[in-house]
Design a protein around this ligand. Structure first.
Ligand SMILES: C[S@@+](CC[C@H](N)C(=O)[O-])C[C@H]1O[C@@H](n2cnc3c(N)ncnc32)[C@H](O)[C@@H]1O
Ligand SMILES: *[C@@H]1O[C@H](CO)[C@@H](O)[C@H](O)[C@H]1NC(C)=O
Length: 426
């Protein structure tokens, strides 16, 4: 009796061990269809924790048919409308499966009307996504991207990009921007105006380019580098006189695809106009559409990383590369969280303490952590920075948000870390 009991519990234990594999298998089988995968990813993308999965991929995926590639981005923007309408259709089907009593209540609540509104504003969004695709077709006509095999679309990344227009280029996003851009810009403003034009600033992972543009407006020779075509196609759309001629020319409805955490339907369907200012490429602002880790042959006086270093799958490569791209004595300014790509894909998932230690090991002095610095902005020892300038460079925690919906009933707050570091020669 006793031995069979042990046997029973042993087989139970074995079953328990196999259960996770079974669950994964079921997921795999169930999510085989592309649509299901997209919906699953959409579901994931709604949780900020999953956002790192969103942005961080192997750099090798840039060129080919990777998740951030030109074919992928064009195809996704191109099919934004059909894929979105399909999602709304699924919601409508779900509603219509209600029994007639409940359906009638839903009708009295105006639910079919609400779905119709979602459809209407999605069509308005498609004006922008269509504009992005048309411009991309014109600008990348020489590339044979459209001759390739069929590329499945990634609706969630398009929806995410629409939110970036708000973050970077709308009045609505100003509060979010001010919190994160000001600490960086105020350090740069301490460089005398007349010296800025000859100084080079690199902004890796520049997204839709607002920070890089602001830095160029201060007078620095600025390079933005970004490997996701979901972002750079949006940036082309903003910066091209062909597609954007006046401020607040375009309107998007970036919140209409997710009904959760809504106080009023008006909030859900509100339009956001952009751009709040009219950006253009200029001699002192360029965009490189490539992997930052592949960027070499030039050095910079500043590297500014905003919500960037944690997107890397190998933080050591990222920090070493920042170090390599800086002139000696030059400055790295960082602001961001530590949201590592989960699932063991990131080589190292470090704590802030560990990242700061690593920065030192790579060859940085974190300002305010060491004895006061004597370097000026070119690394030459001249005079001490003023007390006010030192204060601005102090490492500190900045509470901030990322593509937040100001009116939602839910908030995701980052306690991001800001620091200024100086390259020490080794
Ligand atoms: C979390 S987003 C932040 C975007 C922008 N800095 C902001 O704060 O809005 C990180 C960005 O870095 C880009 N990125 C990540 N690794 C990169 C790499 N190795 N080269 C170029 N861009 C990269 C991603 O495509 C993404 O646009
Ligand atoms: C900015 O730097 C780039 C790259 O080094 C250089 O090609 C360009 O001429 C510079 N532009 C200005 C306006 O100094």
């Amino acid at each position: 009796m006793k031995s069979s009991n042990t046997e029973l519990s042993t087989s139970k234990a074995i079953l328990a061990c196999l259960l996770p594999f079974f669950i994964i298998l079921v997921f795999y089988v169930v999510l085989e269809t592309d649509h299901a995968k997209v919906s699953f990813r959409n579901m994931l993308s709604r949780f900020p924790l999953a956002r790192s999965t969103h942005w961080s991929r192997l750099s090798s995926s840039v060129s080919s048919l990777g998740p951030f590639s030109l074919p992928k981005a064009i195809s996704s923007y191109d099919q934004y409308l059909s894929a979105s309408l399909e999602e709304i259709e699924t919601m409508r089907a779900s509603y219509s499966r209600l029994g007639w009593v409940h359906k009638n209540i839903g009708y009295k609540l105006g639910y079919p009307e609400k779905l119709k509104r979602a459809e209407d504003v999605t069509k308005l969004n498609a004006k922008v996504t269509r504009g992005i695709v048309d411009l991309a077709h014109a600008e990348f006509a020489s590339q044979q991207y459209h001759k390739g095999p069929y590329v499945p679309t990634d609706l969630s990344r398009v929806q995410e990009s629409l939110k970036h227009f708000v973050r970077d280029w709308s009045d609505e996003g100003r509060r979010e921007r001010d919190r994160i851009c000001e600490p960086i810009l105020s350090v740069l403003r301490d460089v005398p105006v007349e010296r800025r034009a000859s100084m080079k600033v690199l902004v890796p992972g520049s997204g839709l380019g607002r920070l890089a543009w602001e830095i160029s407006e201060l007078g620095f020779n600025t390079t933005a580098i970004e490997f996701s075509y979901f972002m750079t196609l949006g940036m082309h759309f903003l910066f091209s006189p062909q597609t954007t001629q006046t401020s607040n020319q375009h309107t998007i409805y970036p919140y209409a695809n997710w009904f959760s955490h809504t106080r009023h339907n008006e909030d859900l369907f509100r339009g956001i106009s952009f751009p709040d200012v009219l950006p253009r490429f200029k001699p002192n602002l360029r965009l490189i559409e490539d992997d930052f880790l592949e960027h070499r042959g030039e050095t910079y006086d500043f590297v500014a990383t905003l919500f960037f270093v944690d997107t890397s799958l190998n933080i050591i490569s990222t920090l070493s590369h920042i170090h390599k791209l800086l002139n000696s004595g030059a400055t790295w300014i960082n602001l961001g969280p530590l949201l590592w790509t989960s699932g063991g894909r990131t080589r190292l998932e470090l704590s802030l303490d560990e990242v700061l230690k690593l920065a030192q090991m790579v060859g940085f002095n974190i300002n305010g952590e060491e004895a006061a610095h004597d370097e000026d902005f070119n690394g030459k020892v001249v005079s001490k920075l003023s007390q006010a300038a030192l204060e601005k460079r102090k490492r500190r925690t900045v509470e901030c948000e990322y593509t937040a919906d100001r009116l939602a009933m839910m908030k995701w707050l980052y306690q991001a870390e800001f620091w200024v570091a100086t390259k020490i020669d080794r």
